[in-house]
Design a protein. Structure first.
Lengths: 271, 88, 469
């Protein structure tokens, strides 16, 4: 249900201890790209002690671990006793998932699909029992595929990942926008939202308000959903027509979810 | 190889923890919150070096307003790295 | 009007003696050259027991330290101070007293003859041969001259110091009738240094969070409507709030009636865009503001008295709806310190803090709850700049606390709009959960002076020296 997934570098105290003030719905503490190879132990200790002492309530917390086998093992040991929502697995494909399974850790997993291999296996990955969601990692994918980033070139990977996620009934999270200019961000997020994405990664706290706003259900959507649920409750029926449209179970479920999300994030008209 | 380890940074809310060999055990703390937290920081460091049975070291803490968890985390990493060096 | 070619020349015609009361303004901020030039020449002439009345003291003002070292300065009365003078006073004190006034209080004290200035040294970017002074004309403009007006009107002798002589000045802020001497300098001041410091909208995410929360409170408060009036400072968070405030006016198709105080390019753009009808400018904070004051007839300069003097019934802030103010410390009764750090070094001062807090209907304090490991909320303030009874609420990145003692209805108003509030004690507890409880600070041994309220009330004592063990 989260709209924004904010990456927080795992070795920067100033960012860690403020993770709950940036208004992100979820945070991903990063042990991978944001931490240099020689500082992995620093990040593990810092994150470990922070979460033990100051676990922020009412915030979904994930940790992005490393995909390298030895680093992954050490990362998972450091996270063992921590109360987190799950881990984020980079370069996610069938091989990295096997690596993760071999560690015997039992965190829920959000996989980042950021390699060609990961993309052609995405349907299988989405169905994997430990997988809770998928993130599109367009920047790495771009490098490996050799495309330049645009709404056209992102169309296929966004679509394919979204179908895989929806079919498996797991979360689909849009790729981060890596430029720190705001107008580009909202355009990028709007494109993802138009395809059906309901959340997006943020790589800087200042991206969070824009993302939260864009993935907030509109007042009109909320009114429509309230109307559907009201009629469903009045008629006690799973199949009826409303304003000339046929309503059935998936529509009712979606409406209920939208109302829930609106309540949680304070859309006007739901109070 | 010099037997000195340094962990952390001098950015705000962080601290840099350095350990090197010394003929006795000495702790040096420079902190931007001296009056308010020097005693807390000293206690935290004392406790941890005792718990890890660390002796004959000079521990230098350059503190830029790190919270207690950061001081402990930096020191923990530093102690682990120091022991790795000393014990090969 | 006598025009002198150097300060040395000028001094031959001034009634110089030990114990002089002399004043300066701080419109050039850290780009000021006049104060140093004048003091150094006074030292050359071996004058002693000087009493200084600069409206603000900046890091550039090292001649004051020199004068203190040479035991030539007795008392200092000012509204704002940081840099080496602060450090010197913390370490050595001064023979007389340091009095920290407010902008409104300084003007009032001069107008009511509590403060008697023997000679006012007023830097202007241009002077006319008739003695009119402007901060807008010439090569090195500094903008509005609001803090110098009372000095010009009431000092026994008034000197303009400038690098530019012009034939005439239209609507001069400093009137020739008040001026006795003009002294030419190579430069009147460095315009480029005016905007040095924190004069840009913050990108710091914690600062932006505070700004967003402040904007939510402003919108929910009931004061944000057609013809609202608004003031905020030039700190980076304040400026972010001003930007959000202006954007919201635009989005809601509203116009503000006026903005007061120190003016920046953000304010000037809003005036240009028709989102606010008047800017009342006591001090320009950047070159964009200076340009606007020069060219836009709805951007008006105002004197410190017209801005904030409690005795001036026409003062602009009397009609002010909302003011955004900072704090370096706040206590559980919402008393605010912006004067000294926890080691009792002066780091700023009231400026217009107490004046606007008292007069505005909604006085909002914005500040980070924790800075590095230092919590904002204290049981005991290092010094009290503004009484808590004037403060409506405190906004931090970790919550909003409403001062029921100021306005018992505000909390209900905000909560009805979906804004959660905390009591200030819980907010303090939240900070301590992260920082732990700081050991109490001991204050230094010696009295340095005091903080004076805008009506001459004493708000707190200032100290210098090592802590009292």
């Amino acid at each position: 249900m989260a709209r924004s997934y904010l990456f927080i570098p795992g070795n920067v105290p100033r960012m860690l201890q403020n993770m709950d003030v940036f208004d992100a719905d979820a945070v991903i503490i990063d042990f991978e790209d944001a931490v240099s190879l020689t500082d992995k132990d620093e990040a593990r200790h810092l994150t470990q002690l922070f979460l033990r002492d100051h676990l922020p309530p009412s915030l979904d917390i994930y940790v992005r671990i490393n995909s390298d086998a030895q680093l992954m093992k050490d990362d998972l040991i450091a996270l063992e006793t921590l109360d987190i929502q799950g881990i984020v697995l980079p370069k996610c494909d069938q091989d990295t998932l096997k690596e993760y399974e071999a560690s015997q850790a039992n965190f829920r997993v959000i996989g980042i699909i950021e390699t060609p291999q990961g993309m052609i296996e995405v349907e299988k990955t989405a169905m994997h029992p430990c997988i809770d969601g998928l993130i599109l990692g367009a920047e790495d994918l771009k490098k490996e595929m050799g495309f330049t980033r645009s709404s056209q070139t992102l169309y296929y990977p966004r679509q394919r990942l979204l179908y895989a996620a929806k079919a498996a009934n797991i979360k689909a999270i849009d790729t981060p926008f890596t430029h720190l200019d705001e107008s580009g961000l909202s355009e990028d997020a709007c494109e993802a939202a138009a395809l059906g994405y309901e959340s997006k990664c943020a790589i800087h706290p200042n991206q969070v308000p824009t993302i939260n706003q864009l993935f907030l259900p509109s007042e009109a959507d909320l009114m429509a959903a309230l109307k559907i649920v009201k009629k469903h409750e009045q008629t006690n029926s799973m199949r009826f027509s409303l304003d000339g449209k046929m309503i059935d179970k998936p529509v009712i479920d979606a409406a209920k979810q939208l109302i829930e999300k609106s309540k949680r994030y304070g859309v006007k008209g739901v109070l | 190889m010099p037997k000195t380890v340094s962990v952390g940074t001098l950015e705000s809310s962080d601290c840099m923890m350095t350990i090197k060999p010394h003929h006795t055990t000495v702790i040096t703390i420079h902190t931007v919150v001296h009056e308010a937290f020097y005693d807390h920081i000293k206690q935290t460091i004392d406790k941890m070096i005792a718990a890890h049975n660390l002796k004959n070291v000079h521990v230098i803490c350059e503190d830029k307003g790190a919270l207690d968890y950061t001081i402990r985390a930096r020191l923990k990493t530093a102690i682990e790295r120091y022991k790795d060096i000393i014990h090969g | 009007m006598i025009i002198h070619q150097s300060i040395k020349d000028l001094f031959k015609h001034l009634p110089l003696k030990d114990g002089l009361n002399i004043s300066f303004h701080h419109h050039y901020r850290n780009g000021d050259v006049v104060l140093n030039a004048v003091l150094n020449e006074l030292y050359t002439q071996d004058l002693k027991a000087l009493n200084l009345y600069p409206s603000g003291i900046f890091p550039v003002h090292t001649s004051i330290v020199e004068g203190l070292k040479q035991h030539r300065i007795n008392n200092i009365t000012t509204n704002y101070m940081n840099g080496p003078v602060s450090a010197y006073l913390k370490a050595h004190g001064l023979p007389g007293e340091l009095i920290m006034q407010t902008h409104g209080g300084r003007a009032r004290a001069i107008e009511e003859k509590e403060t008697v200035i023997d000679i006012a040294f007023i830097a202007v970017s241009a002077a006319s041969k008739a003695g009119d002074g402007s901060g807008l004309l010439g090569q090195r403009p500094c903008g509005a001259l609001g803090y110098a007006v009372a000095d010009a009107q009431h000092a026994r002798k008034v000197v303009l110091l400038t690098d530019t002589l012009v034939e005439t000045i239209e609507n001069p802020e400093i009137k020739g009738a008040d001026v006795d001497h003009i002294c030419l300098l190579e430069t009147a001041g460095n315009t480029s240094q005016i905007a040095s410091g924190t004069l840009s909208v913050t990108r710091d995410p914690v600062g932006l969070k505070i700004a967003r929360e402040a904007m939510r409170v402003i919108k929910a408060s009931g004061y944000f409507k057609q013809d609202v009036s608004f003031q905020s400072g030039a700190g980076s968070v304040s400026l972010a709030i001003t930007q959000m405030f202006v954007d919201q006016l635009k989005q809601d198709h509203l116009t503000a009636s006026f903005f007061t105080g120190g003016i920046t390019g953000v304010h000037a753009q809003a005036l240009k865009d028709g989102l606010v009808r008047k800017l009342y400018d006591v001090q320009c904070f950047d070159e964009a503001a200076i340009e606007s004051l020069k060219n836009n007839p709805n951007h008006e300069p105002m004197s410190a008295s017209l801005y904030a003097s409690p005795s001036n019934e026409q003062r602009k802030i009397k009609a002010l709806d909302i003011v955004i103010l900072g704090a370096s410390e706040i206590d559980l009764d919402f008393n605010v310190n912006v004067t000294s750090d926890s080691y009792h070094t002066i780091i700023g001062g009231s400026g217009g803090h107490q004046d606007t807090a008292e007069d505005a209907k909604l006085s909002i304090i914005v500040a980070p709850l924790i800075k590095a490991r230092t919590p904002l909320i204290k049981h005991t303030l290092t010094s009290r700049t503004t009484p808590g009874k004037h403060i409506a609420c405190l906004i931090t990145e970790r919550g909003i606390a409403v001062n029921d003692a100021h306005d018992p209805t505000l909390k209900t108003t905000l909560e009805a709009q979906g804004i959660q509030t905390l009591d200030i004690q819980s907010l303090m507890d939240k900070a301590h959960a992260l920082t732990l409880v700081p050991a109490p600070f001991k204050r230094p041994k010696h009295r340095l002076g005091y903080i004076e309220g805008r009506r001459k009330d004493v708000l707190d004592t200032l100290y210098w020296g090592e802590r009292d063990d």
